[in-house]
Design a protein around this ligand. Structure first.
Ligand SMILES: O=C(O)CCC(=O)C(=O)O
Length: 262
């Protein structure tokens, strides 16, 4: 699937494109069932708080075949190739899980700042997909973006803790966020499960906690050109791929429901 000219222009100028219901309910169900299967597994990549609240699952392709296929899905990989070129690998691949009445939230940040500081990514080129596995509403901690905040690349940031994780997070100062938000406003794309946001790794974003009685699970895939592979990893390897920079190859469009080999 290719982005059209308007979508490409929006990505370039605004730093993101929202794609409502990019995946069907059946396709989302395949991924949700997979989470139900692996959520009980004890692995370093799967993070919970002391009360057992699920926060996140990283490097999901290592223990889930459907998620491994999703990485090569043409509705995700092909638009990324349009923008970044044909040879891409997955720099980071995670599920951010907000449980009902949960506490997980994220301070304002640009992902590219952490990728540069903690992984040694040479250029801030990598970009993200956020794929909703639940309907995202104003109540369940939607990811909130500042349009056009990507245009000046990586902005001044400080080290903070990464919520629910074992890694730091480069966070933007309130002054920087105030300037950006005053100029460009805030956007929190809401939509049904299966909707997706394609956004620049330099786009400033944050999110509040989930105050609703329902889950808010979102998958994040970060594609990076193989020519921009990281050079100085400092975090556990599930935060940042450090060995396998083999270009991902497109699978058929029905690869989630048809169980095509990964
Ligand atoms: O899913 C969210 O609410 C935000 C996640 C996020 O910003 C991140 O993982 O960097």
């Amino acid at each position: 699937m290719k982005l059209n000219e308007d979508q490409l222009k929006q990505f370039r100028e605004e730093g993101f494109v929202f794609l409502p219901e990019l995946f069907s309910a059946d396709e989302v169900a395949v991924l949700r069932n997979e989470i139900d299967r692996f959520v009980e597994i004890e692995r370093d990549e799967i993070m919970r708080d002391e009360q057992g609240e699920l926060f996140g699952a990283f490097a999901v392709d290592r223990y889930s075949e459907p998620f491994a296929r999703l990485l090569c899905h043409p509705r995700l990989l092909e638009p990324a190739q349009q923008i970044l070129g044909p040879k891409l690998y997955a720099h980071q691949y995670k599920i951010i899980a907000k449980d009902p009445f949960g506490t997980l939230d994220f301070a304002w940040h640009q992902d590219a700042a952490s990728w540069q500081a903690y992984d040694g990514m040479p250029q801030p080129l990598a970009m993200n997909y956020a794929l909703y596995l639940d309907e995202v509403t104003e109540f369940n901690g939607p990811i909130t973006l500042i349009p056009q905040s990507h245009v000046n690349g990586i902005l001044g940031a400080t080290d903070g803790p990464r919520p629910g994780g074992k890694s730091p997070l480069r966070t933007l100062t309130n002054e920087v966020v105030k300037d950006l938000a005053t100029s460009h406003g805030l956007v929190a794309p809401k939509g049904k499960a299966g909707s997706a946001i394609f956004f620049s790794g330099c786009l400033a974003h944050a999110s509040g906690p989930n105050i609703s009685p329902w889950t808010r699970y979102v998958v994040y895939l970060s594609y990076n050109p193989v020519t921009n592979a990281i050079t100085a990893p400092t975090r556990p390897d599930f935060y940042a791929e450090r060995e396998n920079f083999t270009p991902l190859e497109l699978l058929p469009d029905d690869c989630l429901t048809n169980k095509a080999p990964a």
